[in-house]
Design a protein around this ligand. Sequence first.
Ligand code: GLC
Length: 454
Amino acid sequence: MRNYKPYLGKVFFLFLVVLLNSFSTKAQKKEDSLMHAQKMEWFKEAKLGIFIHWGIYAVNGISESWSFFNNYISHEDYLKQTRGFTAKNYKPEDWARLIKNSGAKYAVITTKHHDGFALWKTKYGNLNAVRSSPAKRDLLEPFVKALRNENIKVGAYYSLPDWSYPDYTEFTRTKKRYQIQEDPKRWQRFLDYSYGQMKELRDQFNPDLWWFDGDWEHNAEEWGIDSIKTLLTQKNPAVIFNSRLRGKGDYATPEIGLPVYRPKDLYWELCMTSNDSWGFQQNDTNYKTPQQVIDIFVDCISKGGNLLLDIGPKADGTIPEEQYDLLTQLGKWTKKHGEAIYNVEAGIPYQHFYGPTALSKDQTILYLYVRDIPKDGKIALKGIHNKINRAYVVGNGVTLNHHVLSKPYWSAYPGLIYLDLPKTSIDEYYTVIAVLLDGKIRLYKEQQGAIESN
Ligand code: GLC
């Protein structure tokens, strides 16, 4: 019989190595997710960001980049808009103040859209505000400075595709310049140009967040997504990436479609236009009302996400009045309700309250966002085990009476809690009620069974 003993020792040793290894990868994973949570903290708490689409498309008031890509206008005529891009009434400090007053904690600006027109002084390519428009100056630099002065985080939107650049593959929907496989050197020239621009943005503006767009035109390998991320984290390891990097980002970016169900992603941000266009279009007057914007915003908060609300300044740098008013109205509401906006988490399921809700981080305060006041002035909470210590109106402290109905002494069912809304101190948009619980929220999850005792 063969002697297996010497092998047993080896097998045991190997087993130990594998075990230790799996412990250390687990520990590493834990550490990574902890670090990730740390870097995402400001984003998670920010709740509101302002998106800015500013480019030559504002001159004619046509759709950004897509108007020539889709052949509604020739590329040549599209580029003629550069001549009207004056920025002559551009006041970056006013923009930053408006953003600050809206209650937003970050702003994301189109440094370059798919059309390739860059807002900053880049030494890569000729299509930019300094060299090819009457603005003749770096338009990004003073805005970033103004944002920093207002303590607003800086996000750089950067389009991966550049449909105007001669070494880029796509030109319009019907014209493709070449295939990468046919001419990899040409593609490399494009990448050098594009990475060069990103490096400039990184070094000059050190963005807190990169908002990429257009990743659908090439795969992760072709774009070199990993190299891009390495390049951009070199200066700022805590920089945040949206996921339009073939999914290799930090948070999900639903566009226009307000999630109906709470997304599974821990971090997400809905980008939304204030009318139906990203950039300025004088013919688009289909603006959302402040009530509707706040509806959307509250919905995002209650589902654990952020809202990135878009504005499209005019070619001279003024912000359209409707957009200015929207942000101002939004600001009135956010200023009063800060307690229930920043530092809160997603709320509880609608089964417990017919409306959007949020929870304080320690989950001992439940915030109810009340849009319309019921006829009898009462709102009901269902299936909450906690006792209510106090309930008050956020922003003015008026306290509310409450009483519990249908709480049988023999059952674990917690009853219906009715809160009496005050007759006065009702907000124009949403009245927010803070419900202080006797501890961490405990939701009642019943198994509807037969009654056992009565
Ligand atoms: C889209 C469009 C673009 C717009 C962006 C904003 O992907 O390509 O025009 O800037 O969404 O989210």
